[in-house]
Design a protein around this ligand. Structure first.
Ligand code: SF4
Ligand code: SF4
Length: 473
């Protein structure tokens, strides 16, 4: 069994008793942090820019003629990477959900909170847009603090109004994109250009989302990660001492002390300059050990590496490592829990692929219409009325017809044939089956229906023909 240990970096004697952004009287302590500069920040800026484009544009683009991503809850139609799933694909959707959960387990066990620091929309939008706008309008942390604590004159209100107006506009654009994930690009365009008249419910959702987005990014910010995000709160279940974290190396860094000219006494590498605190968007001191509030954003690595380079010490006092590595023990990449997640993931993926490849192109069912089970016509034919249910689960439009196979000579009349069905579309159609009375040998004659796209058979369904058994009278 894998050894389950409490993460040693959490046992720092400096660990605070309450969240770093909550003051002694329970009041919010606003974080005025600086942007970091360095190796990781450069890379994160690139990733952030790409992801902002992805998050904003993903619901508007198509793939294979299908929305790239769509979660249409009303029609119960979902698209991922151009692959459409309908409510009838419940099994596939359940497998996808299981795969996502397994991927989350594996990813977290291996890479800790890499998602939080690099890809979470909360971090990406805050870092890539909102903090930048704030710095542009209100200056560096010292200037921002002075503005907030100084006189609330005209200049103060002008800057604040400009900032919040821009925040609101950005929040509107974000929530329009967010709504498009659920109603699709076409409906979103219509909603936008008719000011909501075309889709009032979606418009109401978009307005509420704008308010929530604005509140979150203008004010709530890091508090979301500290107190609301479920992923942050269950991290301790996923992480072990070999998972990737960003940590401060107390073996190298302690005893921390400012550097003084001419001092010869050997101290730790940490010169207590607090640069790591000044760049931290979560407002925490990484030297206190692994903390729930840390989103693993790498800012403190870059800040500390710059200091280490300046004072001629090796970089990496704060670094990507595991809890074991931070304690200068060896790190294990292959662990029982990681192998287990991968094996189960591979099994479920195989099930998903098999099921996906055997999925019918058009979901086809034949059911009896309500009312009289059969009708004996004056011309001696017995008539059954049926309903055809067709759902196109394919990514392209299909033109289909229905053929009948039965042990006895039977005629099929389908109203509205041929059917043009768009991807994801469902249609119902009426059909009649007629059999001569003297041909009916059973009270329930089996019928087999074949669904044809040109000469290609793409589905089949069965039903029973009900009628009076012919006894020669
Ligand atoms: S930036 Fe590095 S040297 Fe400065 S306080 Fe933080 S850990 Fe210590
Ligand atoms: S402690 Fe470091 S990695 Fe964690 S949130 Fe603060 S700056 Fe980012």
């Amino acid at each position: 069994m894998e050894k389950k240990t409490e993460l040693p970096v959490m046992n720092s004697p400096h660990m605070p008793e309450r969240s770093a952004t909550i003051g002694s009287h329970g009041k919010r302590k606003w974080v005025y942090h600086e942007p970091a500069k360095g190796f990781w920040t450069k890379r994160r800026n690139v990733v952030t820019s790409v992801l902002i484009l992805f998050y904003l544009l993903a619901p508007w683009v198509s793939m294979n003629g299908q929305p790239f991503m769509l979660f249409d809850l009303v029609s119960r139609r979902f698209s991922f990477f151009g692959q459409t799933f309908l409510a009838t694909d419940l099994y596939l959707l359940a497998l996808l959900l299981v795969l996502s959960v397994l991927a989350l387990f594996w990813f977290s066990a291996m890479f800790g909170r890499l998602w939080c620091g690099w890809a979470c929309p909360q971090t990406v939008y805050l870092d890539g847009i909102f903090y930048r706008v704030e710095r542009w309008l209100e200056g560096n942390p010292r200037e921002r603090r002075a503005l907030d604590n100084g006189e609330h004159d005209d200049a103060y209100w002008t800057r604040k109004a400009a900032k919040h107006l821009i925040f609101w506009l950005i929040s509107s654009a974000m929530s329009l994109s967010f709504t498009a994930f659920f109603i699709g690009p076409q409906a979103s365009y219509e909603m936008f250009w008719t000011f909501g008249a075309a889709h009032p419910t979606a418009m109401a959702v978009a307005v509420v989302m704008t308010a929530i987005t604005y509140f979150n990014f203008a004010w709530f910010r890091e508090q979301f990660c500290h107190f609301l995000c479920p992923y942050a709160r269950i991290q301790s279940v996923f992480l072990d001492e070999h998972s990737l974290i960003i940590g401060y190396d107390p073996v190298r860094g302690e005893p921390r002390a400012p550097m003084r000219r001419g001092e010869t006494e050997q101290k730790g590498d940490c010169v207590d300059c607090k640069r790591c605190l000044q760049v931290c968007p979560a407002g925490i001191d990484i030297r206190n050990g692994l903390q729930l509030e840390c989103i693993q954003c790498t800012a403190c690595i870059d800040a500390c590496d710059t200091v280490m380079s300046k004072i001629g010490r090796p970089v990496g006092l704060i670094r990507y490592d595991s809890a074991a590595g931070i304690e200068h023990k060896s790190r294990k990449y292959v662990r029982p829990r990681v192998i287990l997640y991968m094996v189960v993931f591979a099994l479920v993926t195989t099930m998903f692929i098999v099921r996906l490849s055997s999925r019918e192109i058009v979901d086809f069912a034949v059911v009896r219409s309500a009312g009289t089970p059969y009708l004996v016509q004056e011309d001696g034919l017995v008539r059954n009325m049926l309903q055809l249910h067709l759902t196109n689960t394919d990514t392209r439009t299909r033109t289909v017809t229905v053929k009948l196979a039965s042990d006895v000579p039977a005629q099929l009349m389908v109203l509205g044939e041929p059917f043009l069905i768009k991807p994801g579309e469902r249609i119902k159609a009426e059909a009649f089956v007629l059999i001569k009375r003297d041909q009916i040998k059973s009270a329930a004659t089996p019928l087999e229906f074949k669904l044809m796209d040109g000469t290609q058979e793409i589905g089949e369904a069965v039903a029973k023909f009900l009628g009076p058994v012919y006894t020669g009278k």
